[in-house]
Design a protein around this ligand. Structure first.
Ligand SMILES: C[S@@+](CC[C@H](N)C(=O)[O-])C[C@H]1O[C@@H](n2cnc3c(N)ncnc32)[C@H](O)[C@@H]1O
Length: 178
């Protein structure tokens, strides 16, 4: 029974990985052909997120955010980079992260890490992120990083630590060389 579950899980992730390899590295690709709703999608997310960033005793820090299943960086570019000092991106599709380095433009220099990794294998360093964001991905992995990270970040989060652990590769950032 146990091995059956594990096997299926492996197959599930392998199929998903293959699927995303064939998807164009564009906003339309990220949204399954619904690229035209990108702005309204991001504006709604911003409204939601800003509720947690307003002044008050439980205000969330703005030092460091993690974009889970970040793709080409649609969310990193228009939602997270304007609100956080630095952002890390994690995605299983290497081509998307490569594309992100040009898609993000100048502001992309504030992306500290491009983790090429399945979320099911990604363990963020405790207390590393003020916000862990996942958009248009949550139905895909079984046990995303955000779930495992819950309870690890400081209440107000300082942004501190450096890397998440990942069984796969960490891509060099732009200008940082391989
Ligand atoms: C629908 S796109 C959304 C991309 C981005 N969040 C956005 O809103 O534009 C889904 C993304 O999740 C990534 N993905 C799918 N399964 C994943 C997994 N198990 N671990 C990490 N990333 C995954 C895909 O490579 C793709 O970039």
């Amino acid at each position: 029974m146990t091995s059956e579950v594990v096997e299926n899980e492996f197959e599930f992730y392998s199929k998903a990985e293959k699927y995303w390899k064939d998807v164009p590295a564009t906003v339309d690709g990220m949204l399954g052909g619904y690229g035209h709703i990108s702005s309204i999608d991001i504006n709604s997310s911003r409204k939601f997120l800003q509720r947690f960033l307003r002044d008050g005793p439980n205000r969330t820090g703005t030092t460091r955010a993690l974009d889970c299943g970040a793709g080409i960086g649609r969310i990193t570019k228009r939602l997270l980079l304007p609100l956080f000092k630095t952002v890390d991106m994690v995605d299983v599709t290497e081509d998307f992260l490569t594309k992100a380095k040009s898609y993000l433009g100048e502001e992309g220099r504030r992306v500290r890490n491009y983790f090429c990794c399945g979320l099911q294998d990604f363990s963020p360093e405790p207390n590393s992120y003020d916000v862990i964001w996942i958009q248009w991905v949550i139905a895909l992995p079984c046990r995303p990083a955000a779930q495992r990270h819950r309870g690890h970040q400081g209440q107000h989060g300082s942004g501190g630590g450096d890397h998440g652990r990942c069984g796969q590769q960490r891509l060099p950032g732009p200008g940082r060389g391989p």
